[in-house]
Design a protein around this ligand. Structure first.
Ligand code: AMP
Ligand code: ZN
Length: 137
């Protein structure tokens, strides 16, 4: 069994609240919601970070991220959306398996993302996911 937590999520060995899945990516609710609608896009094949991707994988990851980002916008109508991939321990990364953070941002939010964040109850994740999935259909 893989030691990598995201490989295990991709393999469905750890449950996640999935909003979108395609050949190359799995998109699921971050258990730490910076703001309602915070989604992680994980590349299915293990890669530590974006530097390890070939062009086809890079396109697939950003295509998926863009699709889900549009659904988040439609569902929650945030003023903006932060998209990032932290890289390495010095950047505060804890899971070394490429994942893109999609973080809705609302008026009054500071530029800094507070980390870690208080987690919403599990049923909130499901509720957020349903709103996003409805916009992906
Ligand atoms: P980072 O390495 O800083 O990009 O953080 C990893 C992210 O994965 C954090 O935002 C965590 O909240 C999130 N995370 C860790 N475990 C899980 C899980 N089982 N399901 C969903 N999100 C997770
Ligand atoms: Zn992995």
């Amino acid at each position: 069994m893989s030691e990598c937590i995201f490989c295990r999520i991709v393999a469905k060995q750890i449950p996640a609240t999935v909003v979108h899945e395609d050949e190359d990516t799995l998109a699921f609710m971050d258990i730490g919601q910076v703001n309602p609608g915070h989604v992680l896009i994980a590349v299915k094949k293990h890669a530590d970070n974006i530097f390890a991707l070939d062009e086809a994988q890079a396109s697939a990851v950003f295509r998926s991220a863009t699709r889900v980002a549009r659904a988040i916008r439609a569902a929650f109508e945030p003023q903006g959306l932060s998209v990032y991939q932290a890289n390495g321990k010095a950047a505060g990364q804890t899971v070394f398996h490429l994942h893109i953070h999609l973080v809705p941002r609302y008026e009054g939010d500071g530029m800094a993302l507070s980390w870690p964040v208080k987690n919403p109850p599990r049923e909130k994740l499901a509720e957020y996911a349903e709103k996003i999935k409805a916009r992906l259909a």
